[in-house]
Design a protein around this ligand. Structure first.
Ligand SMILES: C[S@@+](CC[C@H](N)C(=O)[O-])C[C@H]1O[C@@H](n2cnc3c(N)ncnc32)[C@H](O)[C@@H]1O
Length: 384
C-alpha cells in the first residue's frame, strides 16, 4: 500500500494532470521514452527544467546514529504542485531526505520514482554536479517525469524494475550510488487510475499490473491458480486467516463463470468473509486486493533481489532507505539489515522502523501504514 492523494479521496481524473501554468510538450514521452532533445546521460532519458520545489526543512545531518530523531516529520511540509497534480503525496518526506544524507555532488537512485515526489526532494538538495537516477516499471510515470523533469541535466530516467539495478547501472556506465531509495508498492494515482484494476472501489477488469508488459494479471491468478497456491496467497500475502474458505468460494464461482471484475471479486470477498461486528467489511477486500497485487507484480521476489544486490550498488557509508507498506515486506528489510549486520555488511540505523508523525498523517492518511528502515553499507560483500 501507499501514500496518497490525501484523505482517502481518489484524485479527480477530470482535472488536468499538469499544473495550468506549465508548458507541456505536445508528445510527452510515450512508452517511457524521454523527449529526443533532452540531454540524457549514457543513453537514457534526460529531462529539462527542474520543477519548482518547496524545499523541505534543513536536514540536520547524519553521521551519528541514530541519524534521525523518531518522527520529525516536516513541519509545514507542503507537497509541490506536481505531486498534487499527479495525485500522490510523498511519504515521510523529511525523514527520507535525512536518511539519504544527501551530498551536493552525490549520486542517488530513486528506485521507485512514481510521481517523482521524493525525486524532486532529492534534486532540491543536489548541487549542479549531483546526479539522480530514477527508475519505475510503469511507463505512465515515465511520461509524467518527462514533463516535470524536463531539461534537468542531473536527472536520468529509466524504465526498469529495481531488481535489475545492477545491470541498469552497468548499462548506463554509472558507478555505485551514495544512496538508494525504495518507496514500495504503488502510487495513489495508480490505485485509482481507471482501467488498471487496483481498487475495489472501481468496477473494471481484474488487471493489477504495474508493468503492462507483465504477462500475468490478477484475472489469471483468480481464475487459473490451483487451490493450494491461491489459499497460500490469500493467507500469506493478504494476511487473511480465512483464506481457505475464500479460495473455496472463488473456485466454486469460477467453475460456473470466470470472476472477471474488481466488483465481482469484492462482492465475493464480502459474501464469504463478512460477519456481524466487521464494521468495515470492505477492508477485507482491501487486504485481498493488496495480496493479489503483490503476487501479480512479484513484489516480494523483487524486494528480495534488491536487498541481495543493493550492497554491490552502493558506496560504503551510503544508505539504503526502504519504505514498506506491507508487513511481510517490512519484515524482509528488517531481517536483511539484522542478519547482514552480523556479517558487518549493513549497519541497521534504527531498531524500530520510522513511521509518519501525527503532523504528516493529518495531511496524508494514506501514509499510515508506512514503515521506513535504513541500512548503512559498511562494506561491499565478497560475494555480491
Ligand atoms: C509508492 S509509489 C512511489 C511514489 C514516489 N516516491 C513519489 O513520491 O511520487 C511506488 C512506485 O514504484 C513503482 N514500482 C513498484 N515496483 C517496482 C519495481 N519492482 N521496479 C520499479 N518500480 C516499481 C510503482 O510503479 C510506483 O510508481
Amino acid at each position: 500500500m501507499l501514500s496518497g492523494a490525501g484523505r482517502g479521496q481518489p484524485p479527480n481524473r477530470a482535472k488536468p494532470l499538469v499544473p495550468k501554468d506549465k508548458v507541456v510538450p505536445k508528445d510527452p514521452a510515450p512508452k517511457g521514452v524521454a523527449p529526443k532533445d533532452s540531454a540524457p546521460k549514457a543513453g537514457t532519458k534526460g529531462t529539462g527544467q527542474s520543477a519548482p520545489i518547496q524545499p523541505a526543512q534543513e536536514s540536520s545531518s547524519a553521521n551519528a546514529a541514530p541519524i534521525i530523531a523518531p518522527n520529525p516529520g516536516i513541519r509545514d511540509f507542503k507537497p509541490d504542485e506536481w505531486s498534487l497534480a499527479f495525485g500522490h503525496i510523498p511519504v515521510l518526506p523529511g525523514e527520507t531526505l535525512e536518511a539519504l544524507n544527501i551530498k551536493e555532488k552525490g549520486f542517488y537512485v530513486d528506485l521507485t520514482m512514481g510521481g517523482g515526489g521524493h525525486s524532486r526532494l532529492i534534486l532540491s538538495k543536489l548541487g549542479p554536479k549531483g546526479r539522480l537516477l530514477a527508475l519505475d516499471k510503469d511507463p505512465e510515470t515515465l511520461s509524467w517525469a518527462a514533463i516535470w523533469g524536463q531539461g534537468d541535466p542531473r536527472l536520468i530516467i529509466k524504465r526498469a524494475s529495481f531488481d535489475q539495478i545492477d545491470s541498469v547501472l552497468a548499462e548506463l556506465g554509472l558507478g555505485p550510488a551514495d544512496g538508494l531509495l525504495a518507496d514500495l508498492g504503488l502510487s495513489s494515482r495508480q490505485l485509482f487510475s481507471p482501467g488498471r484494476g487496483f481498487s475495489w472501489q472501481n468496477d473494471e477488469s481484474l488487471d493489477m499490473r504495474l508493468d503492462p508488459d507483465n504477462e500475468v494479471t490478477a484475472f489469471d491468478i483468480v481464475n487459473h491458480w490451483p487451490e493450494k497456491q491461491l489459499t497460500d496467497l490469500i493467507q500469506r500475502l493478504a494476511e487473511e486467516r480465512s483464506g481457505a474458505r475464500l479460495t473455496k468460494a472463488i473456485l466454486a464461482e469460477r467453475a460456473k463463470n470466470p470472476v472477471k471484475t474488481t466488483r465481482e471479486l469484492a462482492e465475493l470477498v464480502k459474501k464469504v468473509l463478512w460477519r456481524p461486528g466487521h464494521h468495515a467489511h470492505f477492508n477485507l477486500a482491501t487486504k485481498v486486493f493488496m495480496g493479489l497485487r503483490v503476487a501479480v507484480n512479484q513484489e516480494m521476489e523483487a524486494l528480495a533481489t534488491l536487498l541481495r544486490k543493493a550492497p554491490g550498488c552502493l558506496n560504503p557509508g551510503g544508505h539504503l532507505v526502504v519504505i514498506a507498506f506491507h508487513s511481510l515486506e517490512d519484515r524482509q528489510v528488517k531481517q536483511c539489515f539484522a542478519s547482514r549486520e552480523g556479517q558487518k555488511i549493513w549497519k541497521n540505523m534504527f531498531k524500530k522502523p520510522v513511521t509518519p508523525s501525527e503532523n504528516e498523517l493529518s495531511l496524508n492518511r494514506r501514509a499510515r501504514s508506512a514503515k521506513m528502515r535504513v541500512g548503512e553499507l559498511l562494506k561491499q560483500p565478497e560475494n555480491k
